[in-house]
Design a protein around this ligand. Sequence first.
Ligand code: KG4
Ligand code: ZN
Length: 331
Amino acid sequence: MYILGIETSCDETSAAVIDTSFNVYSNVVASQVEIHSQYGGVVPEIASRNHILKIYPVVKEAISKSGLSLSDIGVIAVTTRPGLMGSLLVGVTFANGLAFATGKKIIGVNHIEGHLAAIRLSGDKLVPPFIGMVVSGGHTNIYEVKRWGEYSQVGTTLDDAAGEAFDKVARVLGFGYPGGPEIEKHARKGDENAVKFPVVMPDRADVSFSGLKTFVIDYIRKNPVNNETDRCNLAASFQLAVARTLFDKALYASRLTGIERILLSGGVAFNSYIRKYFSDSCAGHGLEIFFPDKQYCTDNAAMIASASVRRVTENSFDDLFSLSASPYGEL
Ligand code: KG4
Ligand code: ZN
């Protein structure tokens, strides 16, 4: 069975074709980063207008690159929640229309479950139960994944997501948008021990990345950044604080549940420094760590199709006319 995944929850228009054994035939991602970077962040109205322009060519390209044809596709899996309402509506409406016109089955997917299911595209080597951390621009949630489809939230951010903190600190340091890759790049030239930022809310399941961001902004106010060395040192010190804070949550969740396998996913899991920090720290604490392939960490449609596989195998599809978008939606 071939699945066409569609993702438009934020500022990436993406379509992918996979099968129920998690083989990926295509995964096309049209990023709007260049458009939004001039505003320093995603402008929802502009995002939805660009999804409208991109959705048809992106889906067409995904099918063509897969080497299959539309008639080979059995199921359409589309992100329905959570995300920007205007952006989600483009994907959901397109998927509904395509399913109606072709008689294909449809499944609405929670974007956060998509980030967790991204790991299944790397050979399905991580089997529940495990601790699933979704760390992105929109979310910082920690789940006990009891089985695929059964998630219990252990902790969350009380305010900003970790990726959002990367983006905001990057802006204060004068870097471009999105801030995560910029901070990672500059941090390579900096000293991570230059400034010791604290682990905010240590030894708790929840976290406050706005708190960490405020520490950094206060520090910069008192110690103005004068040169490139200062900027790189602050980037490195902040990145280390994020890594320490996230690992503190992983350790807490592991102790709470007795589960020793950790998954780190979402856009922030793209960060090589954080991946290494987690690998080293997990090894030091007898924990096993898993990351999706980097291409499946940031928003993409292959992970959405991946999340739908459990529903396909259970023969559990959605009613075409009841499927709608929602900005909310915890797991
Ligand atoms: O998962 P994603 O593509 O979208 C959401 O669901 O939010 O994550 C985007 C977030 C942005 O905040 C971006 O700054 C962050 O992931 N990000 C990174 C890196 N690449 C992307 N954060 C840290 N280091 C990176 N290399
Ligand atoms: Zn995402």
